[in-house]
Design a binder for this molecule. Structure first.
Ligand code: S3P
Length: 448
């Protein structure tokens, strides 16, 4: 990443958006594909891998741990794994950049290998809590030393004889669940994770795809997952669907700019990820699922989106895990809807790439939208059409805030500027070109 910030400005769009696009591969699935392929026996070919900076950090880490990874023709990645338990001690610190998923999932893998390692990341990642993985993973026999007990850099002395972990998650977190399951691969016996509300199940789907034995049962309002340790993971082929979290940006831009009609092809619509599509439907959005199908254990569809007059909505706390990353851009949708919206129970947003609860409220307030934080709820008074805009948004090293503000600019009465667009590349390389291809007007801000 270049050292100087890249300020961008997004101007109101007067003509409806049009066209068909494909968004880059799913970030969550891409991290998991690389990690499991690196533990498999034989070659894995991954098509549609997200080549964003977060995922490239995982690729570099798996290389440093002994797997062979190569990018082949047409962007297909070939990975030769080392087998479960076969990771080698890295020679240097592993830098996970901006990626919480990479850091936490990798901590799980490293905890059950008899090796020493150190994880670090950028200023945003070094502020994020790690105790949520340290505590359960320590029960498997690993030792951890972290800055302030909770932050990166994090030194890990992996267990020599890893014990299987049984853990009930205090919050619904797919990252914590996945870290424990990944640690369980190299432990003898059953690893058990109980989650209070189901969170994204890409780790479970992909573990099965590679041949691991896993049972998933309902438990109260959540799930109980049991993994048998020491499986033989076999390499194979993986197709990564388009990332629904990235699709949310063109989808919402098209809903808000009058006269728009677009198609976003091959988007992952796993129900544990697509809570925002349900919420948009409740708001009156016209989004049709076309060619719905299953690819490699994940549901995929093409989305046809038409501009729609949206209504305010009350989103229950139980829906948080299935739309956790979409709240900033959903707040933009709510800002243009008619009536007030309430998004409930957003405490977890405070520990994302930035304090996304405060930063989302600030993004809207800077653009003339009435917004309040009440406890952990976000309340947004919709403009019933184009919000005022005209503001400058601080993005706090957070890709999703940056992209949400640029979508707001397209739908607002006046342009919206952001202080830095560099972090967009962590999850959505090519965002500006893709959005401008649909009709947005995003430019680098003139300096001076
Ligand atoms: C992710 C899980 C979510 C999400 C993150 C990706 C994953 O985090 O916010 O962007 O790939 O497992 P939590 O599980 O911590 O809520």
């Amino acid at each position: 990443m270049t050292e100087t910030p890249i300020p961008l400005v997004s101007a109101p769009v007067r003509q409806g958006l049009a066209g068909e696009v494909r968004v880059p591969g799913d970030k969550s699935i891409s991290h998991r594909a690389l990690m499991l392929a690196a533990l498999a026996i034989g070659a894995t070919h991954i098509e549609g891998l997200l080549e964003g900076e977060d995922v490239l950090c995982t690729a570099a880490a798996m290389r440093a741990l002994g797997a062979r990874l190569e990018r082949r023709d047409q962007g297909v990645w070939e990975v030769e794994g080392v087998g479960v338990g076969g990771l080698a001690e890295p020679e240097d610190v592993l830098d996970m950049g901006n990626s919480g998923t990479a850091a936490r999932l990798l901590a799980g893998l490293l905890a059950s290998h008899p090796i020493f390692s150190v994880l670090t990341g950028d200023a945003s990642l070094r502020r994020r809590p790690m105790r949520r993985v340290i505590e359960p993973l320590a029960a498997g026999g690993a030792r951890f030393l972290a800055r302030g007990g909770d932050r990166l850099p994090l030194a890990i002395e992996g267990a020599r004889a890893p014990l299987p972990i049984s853990y009930r998650l205090p919050v619904a977190s797919a990252q914590v669940k996945s870290a424990i399951l990944l640690a369980g691969l190299n432990a003898r016996g059953e690893t058990v994770v109980e989650e209070p509300v189901p969170s994204r199940d890409h780790t479970e789907n992909m573990l099965r795809h590679f041949g691991a034995e896993l049972s998933i049962e309902p438990a109260g309002s959540g799930r109980r997952i049991v993994l048998q340790g020491g499986p033989l993971l076999r390499g194979g082929d993986i197709r990564v669907p388009g990332d629904p979290s990235s699709a949310a940006f063109p989808v919402i831009a098209a809903l808000l700019v009058p006269g728009s009609e677009i198609r976003v092809a091959r988007v992952g619509v796993n129900p544990l990820r697509s809570g925002f599509l349900l919420t948009l439907a409740e708001m009156g959005a016209s989004i049709a699922f076309e060619n719905e199908r299953e690819e490699g254990g994940e549901r995929v569809a093409d989305l046809r989106v038409r501009a729609s007059a949206l209504r305010g909505v009350d989103v229950p706390e139980a829906r948080v895990p299935s739309m956790i990353d979409e709240y900033p851009v959903m707040a933009v949708a709510a800002a243009a809807a008619r009536g007030t919206s309430r998004f409930r129970g957003l405490a977890e947003l405070r520990v994302k790439e930035s304090d996304r609860l405060a930063a989302t409220a600030a993004l809207l307030a800077a653009n003339g939208v009435k917004v309040t934080i009440e406890g952990d709820d976000l309340l947004i008074e919709g403009a019933g059409g184009a919000p005022p805009g005209g503001g400058r948004v601080a993005t706090h090293m957070d890709h999703r805030l940056a992209m949400s503000a640029l979508v707001l600019g397209a739908a607002a009465q006046r342009p919206v500027a952001i202080d830095d667009g560099r972090f967009i590349a962590t999850s959505f390389p090519g965002f500006v070109d893709l959005m401008n291809g649909l009709g947005l007007a995003i430019r680098e801000e003139e300096r001076g």
